[in-house]
Design a protein around this ligand. Structure first.
Ligand code: GLA
Length: 691
C-alpha cells in the first residue's frame, strides 16, 4: 500500500474503510511515539479516513489535536460542541492512533475579547492585541483564566478517562508577557511578597542610583526591556516565570482532579526561549516537551543536540519532541528545505538525546491561514509530499528499534550547568555585543559532547554526584546556596569547572562585594583581579595542541590571581604591552577529594577543544572512539542490563565507526567499518564499554 501511495495515488476505497472495528480500545504504548499535529477541524470529515490511513502507513501511532480549536469547541459563550472531537478521536483510534489533547488556550475565540477586552494582552508600549493571530490573551487575567479553566474542565470531563487519550498539552508555546493593568497590579503584589518592605527592594536594587528610590511597591514600573535597572528587569523575569507557572498550574489543577493519572500533562516550549525559567515552570508538569525547528539551512547539529539536552534537564527525564519540521519552516529569511535524509537525522538525533516521541508539525497544510507554506507530509492535493517516504522509513525504524530503546535514557558522563538568572544577567549587560550566553555555553558544550559522547545539561542545584566532570560556563548569578552545593560536590570527589563571569552577581543581580567567583572564591583559592572585554584575540600559553597554532581567547578575558599555595596555573595570557600579559587564564586546585578549575576567558574553538581534552583527562574520563570525527554524532541510551548505541553520520562523506568489542549491529550497516554519509546505525553495547 505504501508503494502505491508513493507511486502517486491514494487508495481511497481502502482508506475509507474503517481500519478495525475492535481498535476502539487504546492502542499499545510505543517505545518511541511517532506522529504529527492534526487539525481535523480544518477539514471536511469525509477526508479524515484518508488522512488517517496515510498516517498509519507512515507508521504514525500518535496525533496531537485541538490545541487551537477553541472556536470550534466553544463557538459561542458556554455552548460546547465536542461531537466532532469525539468522532475525530474515534477515527484516529480505528487506525491505532492515540491522541494527545491540547488545551486550546493559545487562541481564544473572537466573542471573548469582544465581550471582555480586558482578557487581551497588552504590549510593553501599551498596545492592546487584537483578534486574528494567537497568544493574544493576558496570562495575568483572572477572567481569562476562568474561561480557560471552564473549557479545560469540559474537555477533562469528556476525555479524562478515555484510554485513547494518552496525555494533555497545556496551551501552546507560552511566552509573551502582558503589561495590562491587572498584570501591573500583580507585579506590585509579587514585589511585596519577594521583598517584604520597600526598603529591602531599594537596597537590593541600589535605587539611590539615578534617584530611583521607591516609596511604595505600586510606584515600581513593570518592564521587560529598556534602560531600566537590571535588578528590576531580572525580577520582572522572575515575575513572568511565576505567572506562567501559575497559569499552567491553574489548568493542570483542573486536569489533575478530573483525569486518569495515566494521562500525562505537559506543555510544549521553544528553543532556548528566555521568557521564563523553564526549570521552575516544569516543576508541576509530568514531562517536558519541545518544538525543534532548524532555522539555518546548514544545520548545526551540535547546537541542536545541546537544545535537546537542555530540555531533558528540565525534568531530568526523557521528553517528547512535540513538534518538528517535515522539511522546511516558513519564518526565516530563506526557508530552504532540509536535504534528503536530514529529516531522518533530526528524528534519530532527538531519540539519541532522550526523546520518547517525535511528532511532525504538521501533517498537511491548512487550505488558508498564516502557515500554508510550511513543510508538511502531504501536499495541498492531499497526496504524499516527497518527504513522506523518508518519514515513513523513520517510522519503520522506530518500530524495529522499539524493544531496544523502550524505557532507556541517554547516558552522560559530563554535566553542564545552565542558569536562567545568569543568562538574563549577562544579556542585560553584555559588555561585548557578541557575548551571547547561549553561544558561549554551546562553545563549551561542543567539544565536550564530541569527546565524551553524552552531556547532561542541568540546573546548578541538581544532584551532581554521578558526574566525574561538571562544567558551568557562565554562572554569573551565584547564590551562596548554589555555591555551597557546588563546593560540596568538589569536596566529595567531583571536578567542577567554572567559566568566565562566574560568581560576579548575587540573586538580585547586584555585584557581590567580593572578587569573582564570589561565594566560590575561598574554594577556588584564586580570584579575578579584573576582566577585560576583547576586540581581538589574545594568545594563550599552555592550551595549544602540540602541532597547531597558538591557542587564543576572544571576546572576554579575566586576569586570575592565585591565592592559595596549592593552586596550579594551566594557562597564561601572552599579551605583550597589555594588561593581561603573563596573567593566569586557567587555574586548578585540589579540594577535598575533588578538584575545582576556573577558565577565565571565552576560548576560540581550537583552544576550547584542547581544554576539553585536558578536563576529560584530569577527570579520569576516556575519550570516545569518534572523538576526532566531528561529523559523526554518537550517544548511548541505556537501562539496567541494556545499552543501545545510536550513531549518526551528519557529514557528506563516509566516516569510520569502530564498534567496541561485544557490540552487535541492530539497525543500519557498516561498509568496511565506515558509515555512509547521512546514515544512522544502532548497535547493542556490552555493559561498561566506552563507545
Ligand atoms: C510552533 C507552533 C505551531 C506552528 C509551528 C510552525 O511550533 O507551536 O503551531 O506554528 O510553530 O513553526
Amino acid at each position: 500500500m505504501l508503494a502505491a501511495v508513493l507511486a502517486g495515488g491514494v487508495d481511497c476505497a481502502a482508506a475509507q474503510a474503517p481500519a478495525r472495528a475492535d481498535a476502539v480500545v487504546a492502542a499499545p504504548r510505543p517505545a518511541i511515539a511517532f506522529g504529527a499535529a492534526w487539525y481535523p477541524e480544518q477539514w471536511p470529515e469525509s477526508r479524515w479516513e484518508t488522512d488517517l490511513q496515510l498516517m498509519q502507513q507512515a507508521g504514525f501511532d500518535t496525533v496531537r489535536i485541538a490545541e487551537f480549536a477553541w472556536s470550534t469547541m466553544e463557538p459561542s459563550e458556554g455552548h460546547f460542541e465536542f461531537a466532532w472531537l469525539d468522532r475525530a478521536i474515534a477515527a484516529a483510534s480505528r487506525h491505532s492512533i492515540r491522541v494527545v489533547l491540547g488545551t486550546p488556550t493559545a487562541a481564544p475565540p473572537v466573542w471573548m475579547g469582544e465581550r471582555h477586552p480586558d482578557i487581551l494582552r497588552v504590549d510593553e508600549d501599551g498596545t492592546r492585541a487584537s483578534h486574528g493571530a494567537r497568544r493574544h490573551f493576558s496570562y495575568a487575567s483572572h477572567r481569562y483564566r476562568a474561561y480557560a479553566r471552564r473549557i479545560v474542565r469540559e474537555m477533562a470531563r469528556r476525555y479524562g478517562h478515555d484510554r485513547r487519550v494518552v496525555g494533555w498539552q497545556l496551551d501552546n508555546e507560552i511566552g509573551p508577557p502582558s503589561f495590562d493593568a491587572e498584570a501591573r497590579a500583580r507585579w506590585h503584589g509579587f514585589l511585596a511578597g519577594r521583598f517584604g518592605t520597600i526598603a529591602a527592594l531599594n537596597r537590593a536594587w541600589s535605587t539611590a542610583y539615578w534617584s530611583q528610590a521607591y516609596q511604595r511597591f505600586d510606584q515600581v514600573p513593570l518592564h521587560a526591556s529598556g534602560p531600566q535597572n537590571p535588578g528590576l528587569l531580572l525580577e520582572a523575569r522572575h515575575f513572568q516565570t511565576a505567572l506562567w507557572r501559575e497559569y499552567l498550574m491553574d489548568q493542570a489543577a483542573v486536569l489533575r482532579t478530573a483525569t486518569d493519572p495515566a494521562q500525562f500533562i505537559t506543555t510544549n516550549t521553544m528553543f532556548w526561549n528566555d521568557g521564563f525559567d523553564h526549570y521552575a515552570v516544569h516543576e508541576g508538569l509530568d514531562l517536558a516537551a519541545w518544538d525543534d525547528y532548524i532555522q539555518d539551512p546548514e544545520p548545526d547539529w551540535v547546537a541542536n543536540g545541546a537544545n535537546h539536552d537542555l530540555v531533558w534537564g528540565y525534568k531530568q527525564k526523557n521528553f517528547w519532541l512535540m513538534e518538528t519540521q517535515a522539511g522546511r519552516v516558513d519564518w526565516v529569511g530563506v526557508n530552504r528545505a532540509l536535504r534528503p535524509g536530514q529529516v531522518r537525522e533530526m528524528g534519530w538525533q532527538a531519540v539519541m538525546h532522550g526523546a520518547d516521541a517525535v511528532l511532525y508539525w504538521q501533517f498537511r497544510p491548512a487550505p488558508n491561514g498564516q502557515e500554508t507554506n510550511y513543510g508538511t507530509l502531504l501536499s495541498p492535493d492531499g497526496q504524499p509530499a516527497p518527504v513522506y517516504g523518508e518519514i515513513a522509513r523513520l517510522g519503520a525504524e522506530f518500530a524495529r528499534a522499539g524493544a531496544a530503546l523502550a524505557d532507556t535514557t541517554p547516558e552522560a558522563r559530563v554535566a553542564m550547568l545552565w542558569s536562567y538568572d545568569s543568562r538574563w544577567a549577562i544579556d542585560l549587560q553584555r559588555m561585548h555585543r557578541d557575548y551571547d550566553p547561549v553561544a558561549e555555553f554551546t562553545d563549551f558544550y561542543r567539544p565536550l559532547r564530541q569527546l565524551s559522547g553524552g552531556v547532561a545539561v542541568l540546573p546548578a542545584r541538581a544532584d551532581l554526584e554521578a558526574f566525574p566532570l561538571v562544567v558551568a560556563p557562565n554562572l554569573n548569578v551565584l547564590s551562596e546556596e548554589d555555591a555551597n552545593h557546588l563546593a560540596a560536590y568538589v569536596r566529595g570527589g567531583g571536578h567542577l569547572v567554572l567559566g568566565p563571569r562566574t560568581g560576579q552577581k548575587d540573586p538580585y543581580d547586584a555585584l557581590w562585594p567580593d572578587r569573582q567567583p564570589g561565594p566560590l572564591r575561598a574554594t577556588l583559592g584564586a580570584s579575578v583581579e579584573q576582566y577585560y572585554v576583547l576586540d581581538g584575540h589574545v594568545a594563550l600559553d599552555g592550551l595549544a595542541p602540540a602541532d597547531g597554532p597558538p591557542a587564543s581567547a576572544w571576546r572576554w578575558a579575566e586576569a586570575l590571581v592565585p591565592e592559595a599555595g596549592d593552586v596550579q596555573v594551566l594557562a597564561r595570557y601572552r599579551d605583550p604591552g597589555g594588561w593581561l600579559d603573563g596573567r593566569a587564564a586557567v587555574v586548578t586546585r585540589p579540594v577535598g577529594r575533588g578538584h575545582i578549575t576556573y577558565v577565565a576567558a571565552w576560548l576560540e574553538p581550537a583552544a576550547m577543544r584542547e581544554l576539553a581534552r585536558t578536563l576529560m583527562a584530569r577527570s579520569g574520563l576516556a575519550l570516545v572512539a569518534t572523538a576526532d570525527a566531528p561529523g559523526l554524532e554518537i550517544g548511548v541510551r541505556g537501562a539496567p542490563g541494556r545499552r543501545t548505541l545510536v550513531a549518526i553520520n551528519h557529514a557528506d562523506s563516509a566516516l569510520p565507526l569502530a564498534l567496541p568489542p561485544g557490540a552487535s549491529l541492530l539497525l543500519g550497516s557498516l561498509d568496511g567499518g565506515r558509515m555512509a554519509p547521512h546514515d544512522v546505525v544502532l548497535a547493542t553495547l556490552p555493559p561498561e564499554a566506552t563507545p
